[in-house]
Design a binder for this molecule. Structure first.
Ligand SMILES: Nc1ncnc2c1ncn2[C@@H]1O[C@H](COP(=O)(O)OP(=O)(O)OP(=O)(O)O)[C@@H](O)[C@H]1O
Ligand SMILES: [Mg+2]
Length: 1008
């Protein structure tokens, strides 16, 4: 059967615009549609408002009716003042009929197809296209619009547009999930969505009614995740900042909840700041829906995250799925029932088929037994199965998977037997989770021994896997690796494993309830099996990381970075296993060290640093091996960039000694480079320079361009700092040559930024502009967000220097826009200072003073000190503004600026009048692996985090208040304060406060 669905585009708006005209148009349209459909031999089986649904036995007749309606509608002189345009869709397949209406997946699918089209357009699915092949009426064609994802989240549909005389040709992009205007990361599902109309309507009403935290609660397998995804897809309308899924099932450590949400939202980690704060800042003015899926095993951390978001992100709505509610204020708990089941005794096929549970069962049944439909012969048994399984979707899927070998009646009889045993005949005594458990048991018991073994082993994966990973992890013992493919396929066909195709490859996963079950089974196995599976899992991902490591810079970097990112849940699980692996620290050290470039490009620094700390702290880690040296160097580099701890030189020295002992020049260059860079950042330029020649020589001797560019890049920065610009330029030029030759665009972009910064410092505007614009081009083309921001920021300062404040402001606000969109906040504080300076003399001095307040506040928030140049410019500008406004006037405006939210400060900066420009210098030269601030003379011995704590302490906050503000435990604050005392010699609060003031750390009063 072929279905034709039609509707008037924007009907509601037309009614609102002109009720009377629309009433006439609607009646006319109704007659027109019915006439054409009936003339072509079709039947309108349902009409609601302006929407019509018709069925045809002949697809050509359906197509002809659609074309005729479009032509007639196009030719009509509509009474309505707004244009009436009709959207149409055609789809073919078998449908269940109920009381003259049709239901089932084919109907659901065409309804979704109709949603993505435009007025005047006729869309056709591949199923109808195939039926029309060779039978198209004269002049009519079908244009391929490619695969489109519909909002049921099911498999992508190949869509065609009908073309021909009298039909409109050009339309905007289809409003499918592939439309870039719809911002989301919702995954496709292998099956179509069934029923839940009432639940979806209720959820949609809750969201539009202003509920900001909705927890979809219920037992395992009841359909919480699927319902949340569907509700989110339905909410996606192209307005706001979209809908985002954070998958928490693979997360077991509470600290990683905020990281996982941030990764889903593409918010990057800010060095030295707790992720929660970075995340809530990034979301503070965004309008989006965030799904936190499968929160049950990290409930406390999700509650904390949800609470913080609800408090500080007024336009973010949270949809949580969990077996239990979060139990916090403002939470609206939505309990998911099972799918509707037929009442006892109902046996008429068309009535039974109308229930949601039966529809789900039937859809899955048809996947296991071709042509399965609920007919009079099977209806009673299917109804009984659905009732017996409480309408639990996962249980229904597992039962339907047995249809390959049993009939519905046989399945029902076997369920009966099993359940009678469990409940001694009294089925009402059985809670839902037990129903499901019994069903999974049943599926499991029917597996062959090798299938069971593979299934159990698969539980060690976190967040899905590929076939080659399964072969590596699930083989062994009685299972050869070539058998894994077949065993996996058997598990998929039994609905125990989910398979999803994406970009031509298949990814597998276990639903959470099933994974839990498999893990339990694995743990119960005697012998080495449980451990072997984990070792094999770790070794597989270790090998992936080590294969990827040298490819993370260069022409293939995106592919490899994406691969590591796709497997990060597994890599994290492998790291966790390695930290406690009794067999030794070596594999863990290698795994963590291999992630170095990945972390600089894609984040996760906090957890990798933590893992490295734990691994290096193991007594058995300290063997003088290459792995230890690499892990030490990685740790130095990450800590230098993200934390700046003082232990770095000792670690670097240890690595240098090991490398020299092994006569490994490349490794020695790497380790020495880490030490040199740290010395430079600490202000020890002579020390840095002394090591730089050595590092270059070692890297050359090793013949490793990847290390040579780093060593040369460092030396160029150091030389520029001493004023040896020619020597610096020579090194940079060699780096550019090497980077271009090897396709290392990252190094190319870093080097161009650094060259630009040097030219800004030298006051050479045209050269600065040329380098920075090139840098911006390369960084934008390759998605290096922090390098793009660095280039924009320095280019902004270059324009300030060249008296072009308008352009400077555009670039500097660009940095802020980018930060908002990507969470890349490395340069936000500098951009604020630039904007405050750009406000200059022409703007209202009170606004300029307020912007300085905002800029200072941003430096504190970032835990950054002003470098020498910045601090000079800032002081002279402050003094000038104090003259202009008077002390009291300046203080008032400045304090007002400090209190502004980031969004308000941006609005103020962007809204200022055309300022007069003055020459400004960019911040200090830039390091490898990415630009960061030069050494600040007032930086002192404290880390960024310690300075944050000192600022709050000087602002009068108690330890508890500091802990709350920074989202850490009071214990952590105490540990930090101990370290600060050791470093500063200050003994009590008063002395600490005095030290903070002397060190130029401005007090921060925590917001209430
Ligand atoms: N309305 C539905 N239409 C189609 N399939 C569904 C529907 N609801 C659930 N399913 C399917 O049932 C299975 C279990 O659903 P889901 O994973 O959403 O359950 P859950 O309640 O989130 O379970 P858990 O507590 O284990 O996370 C999945 O395969 C899912 O695709
Ligand atoms: Mg779930």
């Amino acid at each position: 059967m072929t279905l034709l669905f039609t509707d008037i585009e924007d009907g509601v708006r037309l009614w609102e615009a002109d009720r009377e005209a629309m009433a006439a148009a609607s009646a006319r349209h109704d007659r027109m549609v019915r006439e054409q459909i009936e003339a072509a031999g079709g039947r309108v089986f349902r009409a609601v408002g302006e929407a019509h649904r018709a069925a045809f036995a002949d697809p050509v007749a359906a197509l002809s009716a659609a074309v005729a309606i479009q032509r007639a509608a196009g030719a009509e002189r509509w009474a309505s003042s707004l244009p009436v345009r009709v959207c149409m869709a055609l789809h073919s397949g078998a449908c269940a009929e109920r009381d003259g209406d049709y239901v089932g997946p084919v109907v659901n699918r065409i309804a979704r197809l109709l949603d993505i089209g435009h007025g005047g357009q006729v869309l056709v699915t591949a199923a109808t296209y195939a039926l029309l092949a060779g039978r198209l009426p004269g002049g009519i064609g079908l244009r391929d619009l490619g695969e489109q994802r519909l909002k049921d989240l099911g498999r992508a549909e190949r869509v065609f547009q009908v073309t021909g005389p009298g039909l409109a040709e050009r339309f905007g992009a289809l409003r499918s999930l592939d439309d870039p205007a719809l911002r989301h990361n919702l995954p496709s599902q292998a099956t179509s969505f069934v029923g839940r109309t009432a639940e979806l309507a209720e959820l949609s009403a809750l969201v539009s009614g202003g509920s900001r935290l909705i927890t979809i609660a219920g037992p395992g397998g009841i359909g919480k995740s699927r319902l949340a995804l569907q509700a989110a897809a339905d909410a996606l309308d192209g307005t706001g900042d979209g809908v985002w899924l954070a998958e928490l099932a693979p997360v077991t450590e509470p600290e990683l909840v905020a990281h996982t949400a941030a990764a889903a939202l593409r918010v990057g980690e800010a060095p030295g700041r707790p992720m929660l704060g970075t995340l809530t800042d990034a979301l503070s003015d965004r309008n989006l829906l965030l799904i936190l899926d499968n929160a049950e095993q990290v409930l406390g951390a999700v509650a904390e995250l949800a609470d913080a978001i609800i408090r500080s992100c007024p336009r973010v709505c949270l949809l949580v799925t969990s077996r239990e509610p979060l139990g916090i204020g403002g939470e609206h708990v939505f309990r998911v029932p099972g799918l509707a089941v037929p009442p006892a005794g109902l046996a008429a096929a068309d009535q039974v088929a109308a229930f949601e549970s039966v529809q789900l069962f039937a859809e899955h049944a048809a996947m296991h037994q071709r042509g399965f439909i609920v007919d009079d012969a099977s209806a009673a048994a299917v109804a009984a199965i659905c009732v017996r399984l409480d309408g639990i979707p996962l249980a229904l899927e597992l039962a339907a998977a047995r249809l390959g070998s049993l009939s519905a009646a046989e399945i029902n009889a076997r369920l009966d037997q099993r359940f009678r045993l469990l409940t001694t005949g009294n089925r009402t005594a059985m809670p839902r989770h037990q129903t499901l458990r019994a069903l999974i048991d049943w599926s499991y018991d029917l597996l062959s021994a090798p299938e069971q073994l593979v299934f159990d082993r698969l539980s060690v994966f976190a967040g899905g896997w590929t076939l080659d990973a399964a072969e590596a992890v699930a083989s062994g013992g009685d299972v050869a690796d070539w058998q894994v493919l077949d065993l996996l396929a058997a598990l998929v066909s039994k609905s125990l494993v989910q398979a999803e195709g994406s970009h031509g490859s298949t990814r597998y996963r276990l639903l959470e309830t099933v994974r839990h079950y498999a893990a339990e089974r694995l743990a119960r196995r005697a012998g080495p099996d449980p451990r072997d599976a984990r070792v094999a899992h770790r070794d597989h991902y270790l090998s992936l990381v080590e294969t990827a490591a040298p490819r993370l810079r260069g022409p293939e970097e995106v592919r490899w970075l994406d691969r590591i990112e796709a497997e990060f849940d597994n890599i994290r699980a492998a790291l966790t296993f390695s930290i406690a692996d009794p067999d030794g620290a070596e594999p863990g050290l290698r795994l963590a060290a291999g992630l170095r470039s990945f972390v600089f490009s894609r984040g996760h620094s906090g957890e990798v640093i933590e893992a490295l700390g734990a691994l290096l702290g193991r007594p058995d880690a300290r063997q003088p091996t290459r792995s230890l040296a690499l892990a030490l160097v990685t740790n130095c580099k990450l800590l230098t960039h993200f934390d700046r701890t003082p232990d770095i030189p000792a670690m670097a020295q240890e690595a240098i000694t090991i490398a020299r002992g092994l006569a490994d020049d490349g490794l020695a260059a790497d380790a020495l480079g880490a030490l040199n860079w740290f010395s430079y950042l600490q202000g020890d330029l002579p020390g840095a320079l002394a090591g730089a020649d050595d590092a270059v020589a070692l890297a050359r001797a090793a013949g490793q361009p990847i290390r040579l560019v780093v060593a040369l890049g460092h030396r160029a920065v150091f030389k520029a700092e001493t004023g040896e610009l020619d020597a610096s330029l020579a090194d940079y030029q060699e780096v550019l040559r090497l980077a271009r030759a090897s396709g290392d665009n990252y190094t190319l972009a870093v080097t161009l930024v650094n060259l630009g910064v040097d030219q800004v410092t030298a006051g050479e505007f045209p050269a600065a502009q040329a380098f920075l614009q090139d840098a911006l081009k390369v960084a934008d083309a390759h998605g290096y967000q922090h390098l793009s921001a660095a280039a924009e920021m320095n280019l902004g300062f270059a324009y300030l220097m060249n008296s072009d404040a308008a352009r400077a402001r555009r670039l500097l606000t660009g940095v802020l826009d980018r930060a908002r969109a990507t969470g890349e906040t490395t340069w936000v504080h500098s951009a604020f200072l630039g904007l405050a300076l750009a406000a200059g003399a022409n703007a209202d001095p009170a606004i300029a003073a307020a912007l300085h307040g905002a800029a200072d506040h941003q430096y504190e928030q970032a835990g950054q000190a002003f470098d020498a140049k910045e601090s000079k410019m800032r002081s002279s500008e402050h003094a000038r503004l104090r003259d202009a406004l008077g002390e009291a006037g300046f203080d008032t405006a400045y304090s007002r600026g400090r209190a502004l939210s980031q969004a308000d400060a941006i609005a103020l900066a962007v809204g200022t009048a055309q300022p007069e420009a003055r020459p400004q210098h960019g911040p200090g030269p830039e390091p490898e692996p990415g630009p960061q601030q030069g050494p600040g003379p007032q930086q002192g011995p404290l880390s960024a985090r310690e300075r944050q704590i000192m600022a709050l302490l000087a602002g009068g906050a108690s330890n508890t208040r500091i802990a709350e503000t920074l989202y850490v435990t009071p214990n952590t604050v105490r540990t930090h304060l101990d370290r600060i005392r050791d470093k500063t010699g200050a003994r009590n609060r008063a002395e600490l406060t005095r030290y903070a003031l002397q060190a130029g750390i401005e007090p921060v009063v925590p917001s209430p």
